[in-house]
Design a protein around this ligand. Structure first.
Ligand SMILES: [Zn+2]
Length: 135
């Protein structure tokens, strides 16, 4: 599946370094204790800039799911139709990820299904994360 390899910047580098080690780390606010994703320079809850990183278990559930039949992303045109699901993290259900659910045919992603993170090697040593249904 021709997905894009992300380019890490200073802010997101710890996240992508961990993904390359097959670990999921999220920002953690030292002031209010909230986990945060997507990665931002400040805490979205309390505005604090005192953010660290915390490893979390890559387990979640499908909150919502849809199927993409047409895409403007040229490199994904050969993949349609494909799933785009919103995954909520079990450790903090307010944290959401988008998932393509590799291995699950389009239209067969059940809402509420348990998922776990997976790491796809895009080129040697470079991984991206996705989620798969736990059977
Ligand atoms: Zn905070």
């Amino acid at each position: 599946m021709p997905k894009t390899i992300p380019v890490a910047n200073e802010l997101t580098k710890p996240f992508w370094d961990a993904i390359n080690e097959k670990r999921l780390v999220l920002q953690h606010c030292d002031d209010c204790g909230k986990l945060q994703y997507p990665i931002r320079p400040k805490c979205w809850q309390c505005g604090s800039e005192h953010l660290g990183w915390r490893e979390v278990e890559g387990k979640g559930h499908i909150l919502e799911t849809m199927v993409v039949h047409d895409t403007r992303v040229v490199r994904r045109k050969g993949d349609v139709p494909f799933n785009v699901s919103v995954v909520s993290l079990d450790e903090d259900p307010t944290i959401n990820f988008l998932a393509n659910l590799p291995g699950t045919p389009a239209h067969e992603a059940p809402q509420g299904a348990a998922v776990e993170i997976l790491y796809e090697e895009m080129e040697p040593g470079t991984f991206i994360h996705d989620w798969r249904i736990v059977s």
